[in-house]
Design a protein around this ligand. Structure first.
Ligand code: SF4
Length: 340
C-alpha cells in the first residue's frame, strides 16, 4: 500500500541577509538559514510518525511544508501519490489534510461561538446540504472530542486550555480528514491534561483510521502516541526508528543525550551519553557531522565528513546518521566520561 504521505529530500532555506537578522542570529555574513536540509520519510496510513528535537531543529518548518503553508526550497511532498502543490489545488484533497496548532488560545477566534468555529471548515469545503445537517455534524464532533453539544453555544474564553484544544481537534476533524499534522498540540497544557488529550488523539486515530504527523520537543510525550520517531538536529534527521526500538536501543549520540533528560527511563550505562553545550546557529552549522562539537564520540572523520542516514544494522528498521554507529564504535564512552 502506498504511504499516505511521502517526503523526499525536503529542504527549506530562509534568506537572512538583512542586517538586523544577522545581528539576532549571529550569522557572520552568511545569507541562508537552512531550517530543513534534505530530509526524507514516509508515513503509512493509520500510523503516527513523530518528529522530535530541540527548538530551532526545523521540526515545525517540516510541519508547515507538509501542509503547504511554505513552498519547499528543494525536494517534494507527495500526498496520496500526488505532488502536494497539485493536491492543494483540489479542494477534495485539501479537506483531507488538517493541522492542529500548539496554542489553542491563539488559534480559536474569541468572537465566534464554538459551533461556528467547529463548522467553519464544513462551510469552507461546502460539505453539508442544510443548516440542520451542519448542526447535527457539529453536535456529533463535540461529543466525539468529549464535550457536550450544548458547549457549541459558548465562546472560547469559557473553556479551560484542555477543553479549547478539544475544540481545535473538533474543528480539524470537521472536514473528515485522513491526515492530521499536530504541531506541539499538548505543550501549552498541564501534564495531567496533556495525557487526556494524547489519549483522545489515540482513540480518535483508532476509531477514524487517522494518520498523524506529530511534532514535539518532548520525547516522553511522543512515546505514548508514536509508531515511529524521527529525531531532528539542525534541520536534518539524525535517527529514524520504530518508537520502542528508539527507547530500548537508541543509537545516535544525540538521541541518547535526549533520553538522559527523561527521568524514569530505564537505560543501561552503555546507552547513556551526557552532552553539554548549546545547539549551534543553523546559519553557520558546524562542518562534517553538525553534532560534532557536542559529541563525546567525535573524531577527525566526524569533523570532515557529514554522515548519511543509513540502516544501523541490516536486520534493524532503524536509520542513523552517525559514523560511530556505522563503524561499530558507539558502544561505550571513555571511562572518564561514563556515568550510571
Ligand atoms: Fe558524534 Fe561523529 Fe556520530 Fe556525529 S558522526 S554523532 S560527531 S560520532
Amino acid at each position: 500500500e502506498t504511504p499516505i504521505l511521502e517526503v523526499e529530500d525536503l529542504a527549506r532555506y530562509f534568506d537572512v541577509s538583512r542586517p538586523w537578522l544577522q545581528r539576532v542570529l549571529a550569522g557572520e555574513g552568511k545569507r541562508t538559514l537552512r531550517a530543513v536540509d534534505g530530509i526524507s520519510f514516509a508515513i503509512p496510513r493509520g500510523t503516527t510518525l513523530s518528529l522530535v528535537g530541540e527548538s530551532g531543529c526545523g521540526k515545525s518548518t517540516v510541519a508547515r511544508l507538509v501542509v503547504g503553508l511554505y513552498p519547499p526550497s528543494k525536494g517534494r511532498v507527495v500526498f496520496e501519490g500526488m505532488d502536494l502543490e497539485r493536491a492543494r489545488a483540489i479542494a477534495e484533497q485539501r479537506r483531507r489534510m488538517q493541522m492542529i496548532f500548539q496554542d489553542p488560545y491563539a488559534s480559536l477566534n474569541p468572537r465566534w461561538r464554538v459551533k461556528d468555529i467547529v463548522a467553519e471548515p464544513i462551510r469552507a469545503f461546502g460539505m453539508t446540504p442544510s443548516a440542520a445537517a451542519q448542526q447535527e455534524k457539529v453536535a456529533e464532533l463535540l461529543t466525539q472530542v468529549g464535550l457536550s453539544p450544548l458547549d457549541g453555544e459558548k465562546f472560547p474564553h469559557e473553556f479551560s486550555g484542555g477543553q479549547r484544544q478539544r475544540i481545535s481537534i473538533a474543528r480539524a476533524l470537521s472536514s473528515n480528514p485522513d491526515f492530521l499534522v499536530c504541531d506541539e498540540p499538548t505543550s501549552a497544557l498541564d501534564v495531567s491534561v496533556q495525557a487526556q488529550i494524547l489519549n483522545l488523539m489515540k482513540d480518535l486515530q483508532a476509531r477514524l483510521g487517522l494518520t498523524y504527523l506529530f511534532i514535539s520537543h518532548n520525547l516522553a510525550v511522543v512515546r505514548q502516541v508514536s509508531d515511529r520517531i524521527g529525531v531532528m538536529y539542525l534541520g536534518r534527521l539524525v535517527e529514524l526508528a520504530p518508537a520502542e526500538t528508539l527507547f530500548t536501543t537508541p543509537r545516535h549520540p544525540y538521541t541518547r543525550a535526549l533520553m538522559e533528560a527523561i527521568p524514569d527511563l530505564e537505560m543501561t550505562g552503555r546507552q547513556r551519553i551526557p552532552v553539554g553545550g548549546e545547539v549551534p546557529s543553523p546559519i553557520s552549522p558546524p562542518s562534517g557531522c553538525p553534532f560534532h562539537p557536542r559529541c563525546p564520540l567525535a573524531n577527525d572523520r566526524c569533523k570532515a565528513e557529514r554522515p548519511g542516514l543509513v540502516a544501523a544494522r541490516a536486520t534493524e528498521q532503524s536509520l542513523t546518521a552517525c559514523h560511530a554507529v556505522e563503524e561499530g564504535r558507539d558502544g561505550g564512552l571513555p571511562a572518564a566520561q561514563r556515568i550510571g
